[in-house]
Design a protein around this ligand. Structure first.
Ligand SMILES: CC(C)(COP(=O)(O)OP(=O)(O)OC[C@H]1O[C@@H](n2cnc3c(N)ncnc32)[C@H](O)[C@@H]1OP(=O)(O)O)[C@@H](O)C(=O)NCCC(=O)NCCS
Length: 346
């Protein structure tokens, strides 16, 4: 079984000498309040360790049971597992000694085990379940990008401290595709952007069309909106369409794009959207940006063609998250195109 590493932890197979450290959380009611098992007696903890060791030696391994060990002190502070369900799906779970709660360890462990499942085991889907009262656990699921898929009523034993017999259960999941999109979002969000103020814009023309800046919209941090320019696209002095340029990178813009365009119906078929985008290159560069994203409805062939003619690269057909405005408007998927402004328009 492969040893995994995070910033502060080593995830390694259990060893028989881990007994004391494991028993120090597995035998404590507060620590196992929402687990199906426990509090363990010594025999049960020893059995768990022996079973984990034997599972870690199986080829192929079906249940990856990891001990979470602090790099700094070599102290074992919890465990986590990834258990295969069928060929390309797995369920994950975690436990952290209560003395180490709320320090980000659960999130750190969860992130690494999901990465292991997708990038090293090639899984398609990863799921996790927890009691609806287990805030720490479902927050870990959300922090690592999992989606709540359902809530099952009285589907599990209630908290060990509850008078009730049954508890309700949340079910979370993440697909490989969603996980990859999240890696891409982190990448774009790390790209440089310069915004001291809106730049002065004049003479944006190629001799055929002209762009006139008709609005400069400041950022709205409470809505996570970045500063944006609005341009009118004109041909021989007549209005033919509109163009928006948003300055910055955010989770929302990965799905919505930095550039949005619309050409009036009667003026379509002349490549105005593509030409207008090319005219924006100096403005994009003035804000220190080298890459911008365009997104379009997967059924919008014309918009897709515009991106292709620009030389933009289709990086993903992305599933929209439920919080995104486009999802709320009824879209489920968008094409995400990346346009490298430096390469194409120096
Ligand atoms: C679930 C668990 C692994 C989280 O570990 P952790 O290292 O504390 O997690 P993080 O520090 O990454 O915190 C994640 C979130 O959970 C919250 N949290 C963690 N433990 C919590 C607790 N006991 N009570 C309330 N909130 C808690 C954190 O404050 C954070 O919330 P935020 O996103 O609002 O800031 C840990 O609470 C645990 O071991 N619980 C017992 C075992 C268990 O229930 N496992 C899951 C079975 S399905």
């Amino acid at each position: 079984m492969k040893i995994l590493e995070t910033e502060r932890l080593i995830l390694r197979p259990f060893e028989e000498t881990d007994f004391e450290a494991v028993h120090s959380y597995a035998s404590v009611a507060e620590n196992i309040e929402y687990m199906f098992w426990g509090p363990n007696n010594e025999y049960q903890t020893k059995e768990f360790i022996l079973q984990s060791i034997s599972q870690s030696k199986e080829h192929p391994c079906k249940n990856y049971q990891y001990a979470s060990v602090l790099k700094s002190s070599k102290k074992l502070i919890g465990g986590c597992n990834l258990s295969l369900v069928g060929d390309d799906e797995a369920e994950i779970g975690w436990i952290v000694h209560k003395d180490y709660w709320k320090q980000g360890f659960g999130t750190e462990i969860g992130k690494r085990i999901v990465e292991f499942g997708f990038s090293e085991l090639g899984l398609h889907r990863i799921i996790a379940h927890c009691d609806t009262e287990n805030y720490g656990s479902y927050r870990v699921m959300e922090r690592i990008g999992m989606r709540r898929e359902g809530c099952f009523i009285e589907a599990r034993p209630a908290s060990k401290f509850s008078d009730k017999k049954y508890g309700d259960e949340y079910s979370y999941a993440i697909l490989k595709d969603e996980w990859e999109a999240q890696q891409e979002i982190s990448y774009y969000n790390s790209l440089p952007v310069i915004f001291d103020d809106f730049v002065d814009i004049s003479n944006l023309t190629d001799g055929e069309i002209e762009l006139y800046c008709i609005a400069k919209k400041p950022a709205l941090p409470e809505k996570k909106w970045v500063p944006a320019y609005v341009f009118e696209i004109c041909c021989n002095g007549s209005h033919v369409g509109e163009l928006n340029l948003r300055i910055g990178y955010t989770d929302g813009l990965y799905y919505g794009g930095q550039i949005g365009y619309s050409v009036d119906e009667q003026h379509r078929g002349h490549g105005y959207a593509e030409k207008a985008c090319r005219l924006l290159a100096p403005v994009i560069r003035a804000h220190g940006m080298k890459k911008v994203l365009f997104t379009n409805n997967i059924t919008n062939i014309d918009s897709k063609r515009t991106c292709e003619k620009l030389g933009a690269k289709l990086i993903r057909i992305a599933r929209l998250p439920k919080w995104h405005d486009l999802y709320k408007e009824g879209l489920q998927f968008v094409n995400v195109f990346e346009w490298s402004v430096d390469e194409d328009d120096q």
